[in-house]
Design a protein around this ligand. Structure first.
Ligand SMILES: Nc1ncnc2c1ncn2[C@@H]1O[C@H](COP(=O)(O)OP(=O)(O)O)[C@@H](O)[C@H]1O
Ligand SMILES: [Mg+2]
Length: 363
């Protein structure tokens, strides 16, 4: 499915903005703060109903207004479906044509998105939570079952943590019984989450190394899953850690504490990677997500690359260009068009953003 056009209302710096996209490569250019990153974010919201930059939907509402909407027209050549995401303080609504979806779970998978921004690298290689979010976001697009178990797990985890705080005030038989019930269900949901993550990771790793070798021949890039406990011992570990968890008022083991570790030649990139290695590794990872989504869903996602070319030297740019699949609809942003290879610019649909909102569209 191709994203033909997008319409924004009260989204970030845009009061009203309409743009058309080409089937293959699109380059959005314009000076700083004209809204290039915000436009990519809007496309992400269309696919996942969530931002790739923030967990707080309210941040996307244009200051001084009280709602935003993002509309996208999809199809091959002509419009087949219109998807709209509407958000106000009262909540979020997703609509495809006249069908209203109550939850992300019902909608997800219609239109897949993979995004990469070098400015996210610091947080990506920081706390494990950011990496879990990135991997889980990709895996949710691959499997509604994974999204279901993740949602169930997170809900149970919240309930468990509330109970732990109650138990910190003294033994309460009712609370203890309830904790046993929650833990049983938590283990079931948690095991499903971990098993799916491991399954997808195996498939991802089999694609990733080949992609990365095209950029860095000598580097074996692999993602390792570092569990906070072993899968078989999950239930037992919950019991063993209970006193500690009650003292801390939170759950110290489970998939919400597991880590995705990126390694090059068996070395943890978080610790030993150079800036350039980290950037290339994550770029390879995102391209591997694109391929994995294609293999599982039979359709390529849209690829959003925010300001990648300013940081890549010519050789790396050429390698990336070769790797960019002709069949993948891609949107690249840049402040300086001259940073991007001329041949690539010639092939692309150019979209210029100008401060104040108007856009010129030469093709
Ligand atoms: N909720 C909001 N309401 C109004 N303006 C916003 C909001 N969020 C961000 N902005 C502004 O939008 C502008 C565009 O940001 P951005 O998309 O990051 O631009 P670019 O990527 O082109 O540099 C910035 O000036 C930023 O301050
Ligand atoms: Mg930007």
């Amino acid at each position: 499915m191709t994203l033909l056009s997008i319409g924004l209302t009260n989204f970030r710096c845009f009061a009203v903005k309409n743009l058309e996209f080409g089937n293959n490569l699109n380059i959005i250019h314009g000076s700083n703060a004209v809204g290039k990153t915000s436009l990519l974010e809007a496309v992400h919201v269309l696919g996942l109903t969530k931002s790739n930059r923030t967990n707080n939907d309210q941040e996307m509402v244009k200051q001084g207004t009280d709602y935003f909407s993002v509309k996208g027209n999809f199809g091959n050549g002509e419009i087949k479906d219109t998807v709209a995401v509407y958000y106000s303080e009262k909540g979020k609504q997703i609509k495809k044509n006249n069908e209203v979806f109550k939850s992300l779970g019902e909608y997800i998978g219609y239109f897949n998105v993979v995004s990469f921004a070098p400015s996210d690298l610091i947080s990506f290689f920081g706390m494990p939570g950011k990496r879990r979010r990135e991997f889980d976001m990709a895996f949710c697009q691959l499997s509604k079952q994974f999204l279901y178990w993740s949602t169930v797990y997170n809900r149970l985890l919240k309930e468990r943590n509330v109970l732990l705080k109650t138990l910190a005030f003294g033994t309460d038989d009712k609370a203890k019984k309830l904790l046993e019930v929650i833990d049983q269900r938590l283990v079931e949901a948690g095991k499903n989450v971990i098993q799916d993550r491991l399954r997808f990771l195996k498939q991802l790793n089999s694609i990733l190394n080949g992609i990365h070798k095209q950029i860095a021949e000598q580097e074996d890039l692999t993602i390792k899953y570092q569990g906070s406990c072993s899968l078989d011992n999950f239930e037992r570990s919950l019991k063993t850690n209970l006193d500690y968890d009650i003292k801390k008022g939170l759950s110290s083991i489970g998939p919400h504490r597991d880590n995705f570790v990126l390694t090059i030649n068996e070395q943890d990139l978080c610790i030993y990677g150079s800036q350039g290695q980290k950037r290339n590794a994550v770029l390879s990872l995102k391209l591997a997500f694109v391929e994995l989504i294609y293999r599982i869903k039979g359709e390529y996602p849209i690829l959003l690359l925010d300001d990648v070319f300013s940081e890549l030297d010519q050789t790396r740019q050429n390698q990336l260009i070769k790797t960019l699949n002709q069949n993948v609809q891609t949107i690249i942003t840049t402040a300086t068009l001259s940073d991007i290879d001329k041949e690539l610019v010639a092939k692309a649909k150019l979209i210029e953003l100008i401060k104040g909102g108007g856009n010129r569209d030469p093709k």
